[in-house]
Design a protein around this ligand. Sequence first.
Ligand code: ATP
Length: 243
Amino acid sequence: LGETATLRVDNLHAGYGASEVLAGASFEVRTGSVVALIGANGAGKTTAMRVLSGILKPTKGKVLLDGKEVQHLDASKIARLGLAHSPEGRKIFAPLSVEDNLLLGAYTRLPKIFGFAMKANSDLERIYKLFPRLKERRRQAAGTLSGGEQQMLAIGRALMANPKIILLDEPSMGLAPVIVQEVFATIKKLKETGITLLLVEQFAKSALEVADYAYVLEHGRIAVEGTPEELAKNERVIAAYLG
Ligand code: ATP
């Protein structure tokens, strides 16, 4: 079929102490596609993101980034291999300016100081083109941005690393419905640039509007998968997530 997967997750098990949260989850994100991972509170979505980014080690299973096993590597190494994680709650640095927050996103290239500085400038311009509002506010402390703007900053910061894939964890969290729409409009714009994205969302409806393919996580396993059109016709998905 010739389709390549930037990220492939195979039979993943992980948890905290004796409690197993992921119990054999398998899914993939094909290159250039937007994939949604949806599921109820506590289904294990955030735990899956932690394992993918290397913060939490799985007890079993594989994570393949561009075909290479990474589940045993440190978070910093996985980041350098091209996986950028925009965490739940955004985690921007409130006292720093918008621009400094963006520059921090390029930290994976820090070893080459001069190359880094020159490249970072062109990356900044690219991000500002996507998010004109961040450009207008680039000297402002990030903590003074609105919730939606902070989410855009978190996405922009992830893009600064020029990643192969972005993990976007609950971009709608804590935002008013109208702002959620704005954030999803941004994700649509990003999608047009050909980005590879794994989107974790409780707002299944918004996630299915931007995704090429989706997985439903229940009790630590993939219970249902398909295109958004397929999921929108699935009685179980409608009852639990779209109703
Ligand atoms: P939400 O949308 O509410 O964040 P989620 O699908 O992302 O849900 P997780 O955050 O992955 O769910 O949590 C899955 C389960 O693991 C929950 O029962 C949670 O209480 C538990 N859990 C999460 N973090 C820890 C931790 N550090 N120690 C112990 N248990 C944890």
